[in-house]
Design a protein around this ligand. Structure first.
Ligand code: ADP
Ligand code: MG
Ligand code: MG
Length: 200
């Protein structure tokens, strides 16, 4: 299979930041319906910080790129999504260890550990109308291909529309959270779209 090196992961973070920039208004709009209208700006601030660090001081290994990125998200994003995405990337990076290159299957195992850590931190599970509704199916589908993972994340994000939010700010709305797509699930789909893009 493909060997993914540190440069691939820097490319992933850069592509993710660009996708978030393109979709920032939409993310904030989704968050204005069921949250506090800051998800786009939170993600932009976080990923701008990530790109700045990984491009000026490129970490030597895939694991180090992701742990560095996760740390930046935790320190630069005030909202719930900062610690959650920060934990996702940090735990994934730690699971990859200090290998100079990783396989797609190793990345999938790392991401699975990362997604589990998000659920632990958030006390959340698929069906709660959160980022996990995109992340969990994406990691499953990564067994097939990067494109399948991106498609599964997108479908997972759309699947949050009829859900009742059980975690995060959207849960304060109760029934009124129904009928809106979760902002965090939408940004998770962007992360997997960026991954598929760099893997091409
Ligand atoms: P905040 O809600 O603090 O303003 P953001 O708007 O940046 O933070 O992020 C909101 C997103 O975070 C939600 O759309 C949801 O996907 C995700 N989220 C919030 N709480 C949880 C949780 N407990 N578990 C998983 N994801 C969560
Ligand atoms: Mg918000
Ligand atoms: Mg907020």
């Amino acid at each position: 299979g493909t060997a993914l090196d540190a440069a691939f992961f820097v490319g992933w973070m850069t592509a993710a930041a660009a996708a978030i920039d393109r979709e920032a208004e939409r993310l904030t709009e989704l968050d204005s319906a069921i949250g506090d209208a800051d998800h786009g700006t939170n993600m932009q601030r976080g990923f701008a910080a990530v790109v700045k660090v990984v491009e000026t001081e490129p970490p030597a290994t895939p694991g180090a790129v992701l742990t560095t990125a996760g740390r930046q998200l935790i320190s630069s994003v005030g909202g719930a999504s900062g610690p959650l995405y920060g934990t996702l990337l940090r735990r994934t990076g730690k699971t990859l260890g200090d290998a100079a290159q990783v396989s797609a299957e190793e990345l999938r195992a790392g991401l699975r550990a990362g997604v589990e850590a998000v659920g632990q931190l958030g006390g959340s599970a698929p069906g709660d109308k959160t980022m996990l509704d995109a992340l969990v199916p994406a990691v499953e589908a990564l067994a097939a291909s990067f494109e399948a993972a991106a498609a599964a994340a997108e479908e997972g994000a759309r699947s949050t529309v009829p859900m009742l939010a059980k975690k995060g700010r959207a849960s304060y709305l109760g029934e009124r959270s129904i009928g809106h797509q979760d902002p965090g699930a939408t940004s998770s789909a962007l992360l997997f779209a960026a991954l598929a893009e760099v893997a091409k």
